[in-house]
Design a protein around this ligand. Structure first.
Ligand code: CTP
Length: 403
């Protein structure tokens, strides 16, 4: 999955012949899973029509401060547009647009939107050889990089004028790859390795039966997705679950029992920076697993249970540099029980769910959590969707990794 998936990309098109390439550029962003809006200078409509760009982006194209054709003209809010974007790209950026951006000139909607954007701004110039070489263009590019904007250099080749040299707009595939790589390198969990446990465990009674629980694995899978979207390399160790995940940064390891999960966790724990144990691990397992299916009899059946290993507590014992996070599902005396688990299992913080809260519990799409730190400070969160809960938990993890 691309790092641009779900990102809001605002493409600013200025008036150069390379504007024809923006049709392909929009397609590339859409293919990467981004949502695209286009703002173009009025003159650029001579090179590429708004109809082409609105059809490909599936959004209306903006080019004037208000919709002239309407009887009651509607204001095109450049501030909203600028704030909407996660990423703004100006491509092609002509010498004229670069100079205006540098000097805060604001005589078209693209420039007003640029001045309102709070997100990372990329600019990909395209112009003729002599214009690209001109000291004023070089000064504009330097100034814009000093503003913190990201320069995507023009490439060399045959130019529309017939001259050969630097000034061609970088190819759309290369522009998108450049932005993907740059975005990835800025993600807060880039370079970090995160182990996550998820789902239930099944403890065999005989070849056909087991003791399990109702955990769906949803919370752990959402955590894995969110951590990978923030740039982490994720090892997801999951008990039996129907959840699916496909992300190039997630390695899924399927296990069945608490013992399997224990060994898989210890195989990887030394190499990770963070471990989050969200699995609902069985606390007991049958003392003996019958070799053959246990046959029905009239008498009652006793199954002797013995404790499983507490995976999280064992990771707490081994803990060196790792940030260790546990979950606690409680029905009563919630905060006191959770604090006890922080101490017993040597955790950095614990995510508490109370089954008394309506939006929390197994197999639900929402969760309501309280985060208790090892210094016992408490943060309470509203009922949220599990993807949003995962983001909240990772925000706390990122804060702790960076202090
Ligand atoms: N946990 C674990 N291995 C176990 C049992 C629990 O790693 N054998 C982890 C869970 O993944 C969770 C935390 O320990 O992060 C707390 O689990 P929970 O079931 O709430 O607590 P227990 O320690 O099992 O205590 P109790 O069942 O008495 O509440």
């Amino acid at each position: 999955m691309s790092v641009l998936s779900g990102k809001k990309v605002l493409l600013g098109v200025s008036a150069g012949i390379a504007a024809y390439k923006t049709a392909h550029l929009v397609r590339q962003f859409i293919k990467a899973g981004a949502e695209v809006q286009v703002v173009q200078t009025p003159a650029s409509k001579e090179f590429i029509t708004p109809l082409t760009l609105s059809t490909l982006s599936k959004n209306p194209v903006h080019s004037t401060f208000y919709h002239e054709e309407d009887e009651n003209a509607v204001w095109n809010n450049h501030v909203d547009l600028g704030l909407w974007a996660d990423i703004m790209l100006i491509a092609p950026a002509t010498a004229n647009t670069l100079a205006k951006m540098t000097n805060g000139v604001c005589d078209n909607l693209l420039l007003a939107t640029y001045l309102s954007a709070k997100c990372p701004v990329y600019f990909a110039p395209a112009m003729d050889l002599d214009m690209y070489q001109h000291p004023s263009t070089k000064t504009s590019i330097q100034k814009l990089t000093e503003f913190g904007h990201i320069f995507i250099p023009a490439t060399s080749g045959e130019l529309a004028s017939g001259l050969v040299g630097e000034g061609r707009l970088a190819e759309p595939e290369d522009i998108v790859a450049f932005i993907e790589k740059d975005s990835l390198s800025k993600l807060p969990l880039k370079g970090k390795k995160v182990l996550i446990t998820a789902g239930p465990t099944y403890e065999a009674i005989d070849p056909v039966r087991f003791i399990g629980n109702h955990s769906s694995g949803k919370m752990g899978f959402e955590l894995a997705k969110a951590a990978a979207n923030l740039g982490a390399e994720v090892i997801l160790i999951t008990g039996p679950s129907y959840q699916q995940i496909s992300h190039s940064l997630v390695k899924r390891i399927d296990v069945i029992s608490a013992d399997d999960m224990y060994h898989a966790c210890h195989d990887h724990y030394k190499t990770v920076d963070v471990a989050v144990c969200s699995a609902a691990v069985a606390d007991y397992k049958p003392a003996h697993v019958a070799d053959q299916k246990i046959k029905k009899k009239d008498a009652s059946l006793q199954i002797e249970l013995v404790p499983t290993k507490d995976i999280l507590a064992s990771l707490g014992v081994e803990k060196k540099h790792q940030l260790l996070v546990g979950f606690a599902l409680e029905t009563d005396n919630e905060e006191e029980n959770a604090k006890g688990k922080i101490e017993r299992k040597n955790l950095d913080f614990i995510v508490l769910n109370s089954l008394r809260d309506k939006g929390a519990g197994f197999a639900k799409d929402t969760n309501k959590i309280t985060i208790i730190d090892k210094d016992f400070s408490i943060q309470k969160f509203d009922t949220k969707s599990k993807p949003d809960v995962a983001k909240d938990i990772l925000t706390v993890i990122i804060q702790k990794l960076h202090v």
